[in-house]
Design a protein around this ligand. Structure first.
Ligand code: PRT
Ligand code: ZN
Length: 292
């Protein structure tokens, strides 16, 4: 491990997996410039005092909890499973999945409560044990290192508890979902030891403002349209997230141009209703960055 470079921040990122591409893209979108060629253990940002540490996702919670890394990007499922003492800062909007209970499609079991006495194969024994305890279900946990989905076919288990995103794996193995343990997504997490007021915590604050701006911008749309002035109340009803729009009179008497950032997704249906309300030249534009 290279020695820590003074007051620079260390961010742990998955080296090679489902979260890697999204994580690196996010870090680049908040302005960090770095080389990630082959994602060796370690890389330094060129334009910001940040070092990236590339790790297996399973190790990220512990490295962050111990303060070896100040920040980490990791799935909530791994944080739960490792029982890591980290501060959760921001959900990042990728890596969505659900820890799910499933049984063979032809099994008689319909709900988790019917798993009493059953054997459940999983790679998430800690999360499953907590769930079974909370739900007071007396089932046996069969802990596996991978491939839980084949355990029922091998008669190693009666059910599985695994992450699901598209559901393809369950379908291929002829398994049926009977209940969810919890939903997960990738989070930015921080070491609880990050001292308030230190140089590093000031850097974390800067990165959080940028991240907030980026994530807010992804939700925002910039809408411009022309409309008769009397249509304004109706237009604001259709786009309630449009706060104090700029309204400019047009050369045509009674017509105005409306410009505003809308807080909501502007769907085709909303555009059709705007048109019905009298709006024309409706443009919906993406917003790249925001700072408030
Ligand atoms: O090598 P390393 O240990 O770093 O990676 P890994 O193989 O342990 O993890 P990886 O890269 O597969 O996943 C990283 C993180 O992505 C997980 O910890 C989750 O937070 C998140 N994630 C999102 C998922 C899935 N979706 C997912 N579908 N992780 C795993 N899966 C697996 C699931 O276990 C099952 O085998 O994909 C299969 C099901 O997928 P579907 O699409 O068929 O439903
Ligand atoms: Zn892993």
């Amino acid at each position: 491990m290279p020695r820590r470079n003074g007051e620079s921040l260390r961010i742990a990122v998955q080296s090679n997996g489902r979260l890697t591409g999204y994580s690196l893209e996010l870090l680049k979108d908040i302005g960090l410039e770095f080389e990630d060629h082959e994602r060796r253990l370690f890389t330094r940002c060129r334009n910001f005092p940040v070092e990236l540490l590339f790790l297996r996702d399973d190790d990220i919670p512990e490295y962050v909890a111990d303060g070896v890394a100040d920040l980490g990007i990791v799935g909530l499922n791994v944080i739960h499973e490792k029982r890591a003492e980290v501060d959760r800062l921001v959900p990042l909007g990728f890596g969505f999945c659900t820890l799910t209970l499933a049984v063979p499609a032809n099994a008689s079991i319909r709900s988790p409560s019917e798993l009493e006495g059953a054997r459940i194969a999983t790679t998430h024994p800690v999360s499953l044990a907590r769930y079974l305890d909370e739900e007071q279900i007396g089932a046996e946990i069969v802990e596996l290192a991978g491939g839980a989905e084949i355990a029922p076919a091998l008669d190693v288990a009666d059910a599985i508890c695994d992450l699901v995103s598209t559901g393809t794996t369950l379908r291929i193995h002829d398994l049926r979902q009977i209940g969810d343990v919890w939903d997960s997504e990738a989070w930015l997490v921080a070491s609880p030891g990050l001292d308030e007021g230190s140089g590093r915590s000031a850097l974390v604050k800067r990165l959080r403002v940028r991240l907030d701006g980026l994530l807010t911008a992804r939700r925002l749309k910039y809408v411009t349209l022309n409309a008769p002035r009397e249509a304004l109340p109706r237009i604001r009803e259709i786009l309630p997230g449009m706060r104090s729009p700029t309204v400019v009179p047009l050369a045509d008497s009674g017509m105005v141009a409306v410009h505003a950032a809308a807080q909501e997704e502007v769907f085709w249906e909303a555009m059709e209703r705007l048109k019905e309300a009298g709006a024309t030249e409706i443009l919906v534009l993406p917003v790249e960055k925001v700072m408030r």
